[in-house]
Ligand binder design. Sequence first.
Ligand code: PEP
Ligand code: MN
Length: 262
Amino acid sequence: KANRKFHPKDTVVDIHGKKIGGGHFQVIAGPCSIESEEQMNSVAKSVAKSGAGFLRGGAFKPRTSPYAFQGLHNEGLKLLLEAKKACGLPVVTELMSVQHIDLFQNVDVIQIGARNMQNFELLKEVGKLKTPVLLKRGLANTLEELLMSAEYIMAGGNENVILCERGIRTFETSTRNTLDLSAIPMLKSKTHLPVIVDPSHACGIRWMVEPMALAAVAAGADGLMIEVHNDPEKALCDGPQSLTPEMFEQLMGKVQSMVQFM
Ligand code: PEP
Ligand code: MN
């Protein structure tokens, strides 16, 4: 179902009138994790003002250490939905377990994180929903494997799948991951699904997010996912890669002028 051979036309995913794919470009922005009402509302307001199309924020966090902040769970989802009301942007947040699906009824886009890209039972469950799914490439997965995971979701009847390149593991250690820019044209040749890029998790370094975001736009991405925090130094998760609202505003200016000419 994801194969372009059988469906030559680009899929346009429509989220309450906001379109992505087939020439429609969107930026998803917000903090790595939902931390407090004040943090969420402050970031939501600033990214909306800068022109983001979607608000992100994690309530269930897939942390490497079980002792690290795991997210505010149900309380976090509530804060995210309140921020959505206040800023008017649809929201994207990660679902880690089938057990939590019922809590995600008012979420506009369900994110399946890199670590769950091949959690096939989870993929089958979101395949039964109508909610669009943002599927992130696994840390060490091929594009073919990413497409087969998309296929799992689509096979269940949910064809609103957005793919996300977020960096992969290589021998290079100077960046958190290595952004595979070639994934963009390659995926777009193999599939009609929209392809977005997350330079924040790919680089792990704040100052590198902008050049990599612009490179992704130049390579034909249908959108970006950018981590933004009102006080990155105090962030409970991924502070070093989070942009300040001012940096995000500057990035948006450059992205918008590039998209206009493409
Ligand atoms: C995230 O987007 O918050 C996240 C955890 O990303 P990834 O699954 O790509 O590591
Ligand atoms: Mn993060």
